[in-house]
Design a binder for this molecule. Structure first.
Ligand SMILES: Nc1ncnc2c1ncn2[C@@H]1O[C@H](COP(=O)(O)OP(=O)(O)OP(=O)(O)O)[C@@H](O)[C@H]1O
Length: 319
């Protein structure tokens, strides 16, 4: 799929040729610096792109059924029941004026024909499952009466209660303090092992990706530049961007040493060069071809692919 924006001075591509699948029970991570297109990718999947975005795609399927041409009403059915979302900021998913119990229960009310009592019972069960203490009491509290970690647990309960097949988590731990981050991550790991759902997990944190994901897509400036099993990518990264990202992971063995940072920054949409390697300007391995044409995606081994001229044109430079 491609996503572009009609801005005052022209049309600018934000996502280009994004193609991937998520298989049953799989957790796919999307990693990349700020502005690489991670959130737009998830918004495109849920059909909640900003109004000024233009989405083009050949094929988008959910369980082998095309999502093309669905009406808003159909999407409302899908969201929450089949595909749900956990946001970075829990309050963006919660209504401050409605008690948390009611907000979780509402999903079941909309998507099932269960009785009132059954809905309340399942809601309390889900609240316990996501680690909300004294669930019966908490049912009647408002979001602002809870800590950030508790609010995120409520948002996770909302995302899980209708037992969706796909959960999209967009940096779900970033807005929380470190100890709470660890607790929420542990909860998401538990969900991963207990639920049958697949997950798309957006993060810029490789520690989180390593902890929870099976496969990872590395995004740079609107492109998937590398893809593969997390263990394989961490052990054997191929794209210079992935290598740099991995090199900048904080590590206690590097204590006292200056942390590696990638020089430069992700270009804004207006500054992106079209039809050439998007990473060329920041790449230590760039050569002529990188400034002339877009690299092809090359299969390294199994599901491991990379989009870099080093592996198609620069044979011998692949160390
Ligand atoms: N409504 C919009 N209008 C114009 N450009 C936009 C709009 N929304 C996003 N963009 C641009 O699209 C690009 C990708 O944005 P996106 O939010 O997907 O990045 P991201 O990788 O999720 O970053 P972050 O980690 O900061 O959330 C960025 O350059 C961003 O400025």
């Amino acid at each position: 799929m491609n996503v572009s924006f009609e801005l005052v001075n022209g049309n600018y591509k934000a996502l280009e040729n994004i193609t991937f699948s998520v298989y049953p029970n799989e957790v796919v991570g999307i990693v990349g610096e700020s502005g690489c297109g991670k959130s737009l990718t998830s918004q495109a999947i849920l059909s909640v792109l900003p109004k000024n975005a233009i989405l083009e795609y050949e094929k988008m399927e959910y369980k082998q059924v095309s999502l093309r041409g669905l009406r808003d009403k159909d999407w409302r059915e899908i969201r929450g029941k089949d595909i749900s979302m956990i946001f970075q900021e829990p309050m963006s998913a919660l209504n401050p004026l409605i008690t948390v119990g009611k907000q979780i229960a509402e999903v079941l009310k909309v998507h099932t024909s269960h009785s009132k009592d059954e809905i309340k019972k399942q809601t309390i069960e889900m609240m316990k499952k996501v680690g909300l203490p004294r669930a019966e009491e908490l049912y009647k509290t408002y979001p602002h009466q809870l800590s950030g970690g508790m609010q995120q647990r409520v948002a996770i309960a909302i995302a899980l209660i209708a037992d969706p097949d796909l959960i999209i988590a967009d940096e779900p731990t970033t807005a929380l303090d470190v100890t709470i981050q660890a607790q929420i991550l542990a909860l998401l790991k538990k969900i991963k092992s207990e639920q049958k759902s697949s997950m798309i997990f957006i993060s810029h944190d490789w520690g989180v990706i390593r902890n929870i994901c099976d496969r990872v897509l590395v995004m740079y400036a609107g492109h998937i530049v590398e893809e593969g099993a997390v263990s394989e990518i961490l052990k054997n990264p191929k794209h210079p961007y992935t290598k740099s990202l991995i090199q900048s992971i904080p590590d206690h063995r590097k204590r006292g040493m200056e942390l590696f940072t990638i020089p430069g920054k992700v270009p804004s949409l207006q500054d992106r060069k079209i039809g050439v390697c998007p990473f060329a300007d920041r790449c230590f391995h760039r050569f002529d071809a990188c400034h002339i044409e877009m690299p092809m995606t090359k299969e390294i081994e199994g599901t491991h692919t990379v989009k870099c001229h080093l592996y198609t044109k620069g044979a011998g430079l692949t160390s």
